[in-house]
Structures are given as C-alpha cells and as structure tokens.
Ligand binder design. Structure first.
Ligand code: SF4
Ligand code: SF4
Ligand code: SF4
Length: 354
C-alpha cells in the first residue's frame, strides 16, 4: 500500500517510524516507571490486535508496541484514551484533556526512575512520587527535556546521563552515646561510598563532612542505631548529561542538599525558560543543548526565578563542559554555527569567526 504520511506529526503523537514501511511503534509513558499491573493486559491486547505480537521495553522505560500499521493509529489512539487518563491525568494530576487523539506531544520525554525506597533498602526517597510531581510540571510540552530520578547516589537509573538527574540524599545523624566502636560504618563507607569515616582514639567516629554523598550506607549497616537517616528529604541534581551522536557526556554536579520545593520550583520554570531561550519560536532542540546555548549563568537566573533555597542547599558556582570531552577533537560544532539564546532584540553578544 502507498502511504502519504506526515512522519513528524505521527512522531509527536508518540508513534515512532519503523523500518517497515507504513508501520510504527507506540510508546506509552510510564512516569516514574511504576503503574498498576492491570495496564499490562491492555498493552498485551494492543500488541496482539494492532501490533506484530511482540513487545519492547523502552530504553526510557516506556511501554513500546511495535508493528502498528498507520491506518490503525486512529483506532489505537481511541483505545489508549483510558490509559492516558489513568496514568497522566489521574495518577500524575497532569493538566490535560483526555481525548481520542492519543498523546498531544512527545516533547518532554518519559521520566525514568529506579524503584527507590518503595522497595530498595538503600533508597532515600520515593522516586515514583517525585517523578509524578515532575511530570505534572513538564508535560504536556513540546520542549524537549530528559529527567531521571534515582533513590540514592548509586544512580542505578543512570540519571547522570539525563539533562536533569535527580538523586535522593540524606544527612545522616550520629548519636555518639549509641556507638560501640565496631567500625562497620567505616568499612561500609570505604567499600560502598567515599571513605569519609574513621575510628578515633576514643573508639568513636570522625567524619570528613566535605565528601559525604548522603547515601546512607553507614545507617544501613550500624548495628546499634548510632547512625540514622535524617528526617529531611533532600536531593542532589546533576545537569547536562546526555547520550547522542554529536557530543555525549555525563552530567555534572549542579545542586546538592536541596529540598523538594527547590527541585519542583526549578522544573516549574522549565517551560518558561525554554520559551525565552528559543525566542518564543518553538524549535526542536534537546534540553541540554538549550542550556549550552544559553550558558550556565544565564540558565541559573531563569530556572530559579521565584525559587527560595533551603539553608543547606548548595549550587555549583559554574559548570564547564568541554564539548569534545568524549570525542577527542571531533564533532565540535564550528563557532559560526553557534546560535543566540533568548529574544533576538536583547541578545547582547555575537559570535565572530576568526
Ligand atoms: S539508585 Fe539506590 S535506591 Fe535506586 S535502586 Fe539503586 S541502590 Fe536502590
Ligand atoms: S557502625 Fe555504628 S556502632 Fe559501629 S562504629 Fe559505626 S556508628 Fe559506631
Ligand atoms: S552517608 Fe556519607 S558517611 Fe554515610 S556511608 Fe554515605 S558517604 Fe559515607
């Protein structure tokens, strides 16, 4: 059959083009990577009725259904109306209508999470709860952004390779009177984390607080409860990680010991920041590249507008990315192709080629 398909329109609708002509793969969002098991029956039904009978677990934790023929997309979209309503509108409280046309955009990508403290003994936070709150702030939006949430700095979800990598951390509390000097926490910190603990001459613990990553391994191992996790939920955030052909790179430490209010305040400004940076003319550009274009200092000014930092919070003074850091001296964009950020009339700098 001949097709005249607007591939871009179909992609925005979350159907990815297949190498088989006229076929597409639906990507269902699962913000925070946790949903009720009942939805799997629906996924199986779509796979078998409209797909090619196979199922693919998406690399961004979407539920992928390959082999859907173009002419069936309309029917599939009607069928997933309830799923979108249950997951995005009911579960994540996203401000959108549930209609017969499927996903309104693919811009903000699915928010990935590890299982967090809903299951993992090392988790400092409930990852899927935070992911759902972030979903409400960044979706639906045509602005591209990749976010992942890890329950602790072990970062099993590889949040570090996202535009924003959010990890649960915790200030541990030490009760010197309960400490029997067994040294288990020293070993655990040395083995699993940064080795900042030592036993002193009195058989008690000294800590070099500079490099504690707030993982909680010390509290997990302590047999007497001398170390316990603090009650305040805190986060570290890495910025600007990405995969990609041009210049893949790991994110760099951006925020540490910030509260959920700071994290959510930041994501609440993402769409406004993106609109400004693109001079209010929507353009398909990966979020990390947008931050590069604007520059760290300017980005920080916009992304924290109206956000109040908690007293423990720390933010990187500056972040320098070497565009060629993983690629030797290849694939660096010529300076003549660099673009301005923000409204054209207010751009106060120009690039000149020497
Ligand atoms: S990142 Fe931490 S909380 Fe998440 S699964 Fe790994 S160890 Fe557990
Ligand atoms: S594990 Fe607990 S009891 Fe043992 S040295 Fe560390 S703090 Fe003290
Ligand atoms: S929370 Fe800090 S002191 Fe405890 S194990 Fe982790 S890095 Fe070490």
């Amino acid at each position: 059959m001949n097709h005249d398909i607007d591939i871009k329109k179909v992609r925005i609708n979350c159907f990815r083009q297949s190498k088989v002509a006229g076929e597409f793969m639906l990507q269902l969002r699962v913000p925070g990577a946790l949903i009720e098991a009942k939805h799997l029956t629906m996924v199986q039904e779509i796979c078998e009725k409209w797909g090619n009978g196979t199922f693919h677990m998406g690399t961004r934790q979407t539920l992928n259904i390959p082999g859907i023929k173009f002419e069936n997309i309309e029917e599939v979209n009607k069928y997933i109306k309830k799923y979108i309503s249950d997951v995005d509108i009911e579960m994540c409280n996203v401000d959108m209508e549930s209609d017969d046309y499927g996903y309104p955009t693919i811009g903000a990508r699915n928010i990935m999470s590890c299982i967090g403290n809903a299951h993992c003994i090392k988790g400092n936070i409930n990852t899927y709860e935070l992911a759902r709150k972030i979903e409400k702030l960044i979706f639906p939006s045509h602005y591209h952004i990749k976010v992942a949430v890890a329950g602790c700095p072990n970062d099993c979800v590889k949040a570090n390779f996202n535009d924003f990598g959010v990890m649960g951390v915790n200030k541990q509390v030490y009760d010197i009177d309960r400490c029997i000097g067994c040294g288990s926490c020293v070993e655990a910190c040395e083995h699993h984390a940064t080795g900042v603990l030592s036993l002193n001459a009195n058989g008690k613990i000294d800590k070099d607080a500079c490099c504690c990553v707030g993982c909680g391994e010390c509290s997990l191992i302590c047999p007497t409860g001398a170390w316990t996790r603090g009650t305040k939920k805190l986060y570290r955030v890495t910025l600007g990680g990405r995969t990609g052909k041009q210049n893949p790179r790991a994110g760099k430490l951006f925020l540490n010991w910030v509260t959920e209010d700071v994290v959510l305040g930041m994501f609440g400004n993402w769409q406004k920041f993106s609109a400004w940076a693109l001079d209010y003319k929507p353009e398909y550009l990966h979020g990390g590249h947008l931050i590069d274009r604007v520059g760290y200092k300017e980005f920080v000014k916009h992304i924290f507008e109206g956000v109040e930092f908690n007293p423990e919070a720390k933010m990187a003074d500056d972040i320098y990315w070497a565009e060629n850091e993983q690629r030797g001296n290849m694939h660096v964009m010529p300076i003549s192709q660099h673009k301005h950020a923000g409204p054209a009339e207010t751009a106060n700098y120009t690039f000149t080629q020497k």
